[in-house]
Design a protein around this ligand. Sequence first.
Ligand code: PMP
Ligand code: GLN
Length: 385
Amino acid sequence: MKPANPVLSGLGTTIFEVMSRLAESHEAVNLGQGFPDDPGPDDVRRRAAELTVDGWNQYPSMLGTPELRRAVADHAKRFYGIEADWSSEVMVTSGATEALAASILGLTEPGDEVVLLQPLYDAYAPMVRRAGAVPRFVPLRPPEWRWDPAELAAAFGPRTKAVVLNDPLNPAGKVVDTDELAELAALVIEHDTYVICDEVYEHLTFDGRRHVPLMTLPGMRERTVKIGSAGKTFSLTGWKVGYLVAAPEIHRAVARAHQFLTYTTPPNLQDAVAYGLAKDDGYFTSLASSLQRSRDRLADGLRGLGLDVLDTAGTYFLAVDVSELDPDGDDAAFCKRLTTEAGVAAIPFSAFYETDHVRHVVRFCFCKQDATLDEALERLERYLS
Ligand code: PMP
Ligand code: GLN
């Protein structure tokens, strides 16, 4: 047999699948993969149920239902002042994952370089490589997860076609500040590149911090793809409804890729998400404040056990330095032991690196009910004592 595509066949199974299946088989409390364990907003789910029974369940437009595209445009205007034409600048995708894939495939070609900041979501580098482009990695340094301006500048060159910016940042929980955004924007303009902004955690910021889309900075509107996910905004990760906003030329390029990836996304779910995006501001602020409470519950509990918990400004995740508990410096083995022996699953930070792996930090997900977090803390306490 001839070999399958080596870029993909050389990969292992994504860490999220590995840890969730391990957690299931050991009945561990799963603080690994990022998904809430409450059912999500009742009204949004009921809307989807009604639409399944009474609505249109055949192929919608490949760009998304008009209802959801309008709602995404309204949402961009309402929260960020971004004016977007729903018919030429908005697209619905099957999750943010597909929006990322379509953006990378639509904008890059073999030989292009794409700047990626580490730690990074595990899908980025394989997608870039499969498109034939070459990743250029730039480290973000803990505890603040800032880039070194000289290292960032050095990653840009004549072949740079795009940058992927994940803000708020999974797994580190960083929210990029406006000075950093301005610094990145200057390089993007100087080198005439695109930016693919993965903003799935846009509504999940804490302590009064607000998410500022790079798209709102001068010169960025026509260069960026702004990606969101209903999975995160409505605590419905299994729905896989994503969306993007981009200037018409970029939108056209990305649509060419999207039409032969998934083409469409279930219309009942799309229109339920449209309903959700129109919810009043109270929905969005209470989503963030209730997650902030969960963050504090888990962070305080872990600190109470003597663990070194890094600060988290956004996302679903806490990063914990486990150097003292794991002198071997093998975070992947440590997380497996934690799952099988302590009964609590976490994700090793090394899974978010392609080079220069950080191996002494693990990621715990806190978007869980109090009882789940408390059970995890009790199990950890027993294990650590
Ligand atoms: N980007 C980041 C940074 C994520 O953490 C995730 C995981 N949910 C995704 C993209 C994928 O989002 P979706 O489930 O909407 O495809
Ligand atoms: N984004 C989720 C996480 O970081 C996982 C999504 C997935 O499993 N692909 O945990």
